[in-house]
Design a protein around this ligand. Sequence first.
Ligand code: HEM
Ligand SMILES: *[C@@H]1O[C@H](CO)[C@@H](O)[C@H](O)[C@H]1NC(C)=O
Length: 336
Amino acid sequence: MEQKGRIFLILVAMVFHGTESLSDDDGPLVLDYYKEKCPLLEEIVKHNVEVAVFKDPRMAASLLRLHFHDCFVMGCDASVLLDSFGGITSEKQAGPNLNSLRGFEVIDQIKYILEEACPRTVSCADILALAARDSVASRGGPSWDVWLGRRDSLQASFSGANQFIPAPNNSLETLISNFKQQGLDIEDLVALSGSHTIGKARCLSFRQRVYDVNFKGQYEIYDKYRRYTSFRRILQSICPKSGRNNDLAPLDFMTPARFDNHYYVNLLQGKGLLGSDTVLVTQDHEGEILKQVWAYATDEKLFFASFANSMVKMGNINPITGNQGEIRKSCRFVNT
Ligand code: HEM
Ligand SMILES: *[C@@H]1O[C@H](CO)[C@@H](O)[C@H](O)[C@H]1NC(C)=O
């Protein structure tokens, strides 16, 4: 009997483990998590993202970035959405986010509708992952399946937001190790940087790239392109040496509102807006990244496939599942 019981347990364990690995390549998330619990979820998110992007085209970029800034701090757990309250210091106040992150009202709106349709069911972290996907698609980019079942954190990490979100003046080496900490490799770094094919950056974020001669390594490539001078002049006119910190420039000058592969064409012409964009091609001593940039610049389908793949990977960074965390009622506050 005892022997039989043990075998039974082993079988149960195998079956359990079997189904788990069947439904899941990258972690504990699954594709049809809300299929029964909230069948209209994906429709609701998609519709609301489309309305928001119709009203404000930049919103697509802002929602995509929100998911990124969520995932790089304690994993994709909606920690980025929490306001300061009680013992919580909001990540929204951290350097990379302050006066920069946008889209919180859109997430609030989606959450509000979902609380009507399926109360206390859908996590804010999953909303962010879906909204990022639908945002990219809304601007002509690729689409992909989003793995679901993330739960929401009970805390935020102000210090984590300052520490883990990469800065626009990071060296290539720093960017690579920053992504590595999140389980993302160099190919992910190059593909995900392609997000900068949409959206805008503040003067504050690219001033150093325009004026700092200590960023010299970055300038070598520009000498080969005559157009660089005028590009630099344009940037200088938008962003003087001091002041006008919040004035905006498009991250992709050629096709600012379309999710396409022009980001990589820009890089090859020395027209990446941020320091972190330009170092991909100027500090790449092995030449592997340059190859990847060339490949994406000449083959949009290849970029789209890699981008989708890396987005799924990013969306799977340390999700909270099971009994941990909670399903927040309001994305801005933990439940009381
Ligand atoms: C490789 C390291 C990265 C660095 C250093 C970086 C840095 C930045 C900076 C400084 C801005 C402008 C913020 C401002 O001035 O207000 C920005 C904008 C943006 N970033 Fe990144 N980023 C990186 C990677 C990513 C990734 C992985 C994604 C998405 C998966 C992303 C998506 C975006 C988008 C869409 C915008 C425009 C947002 C808007 O217009 O509201 N970035 N990024
Ligand atoms: C990067 O920018 C930050 C914030 O402006 C600044 O404090 C830091 O010194 C810069 N780092 C480098 C290497 O220039």
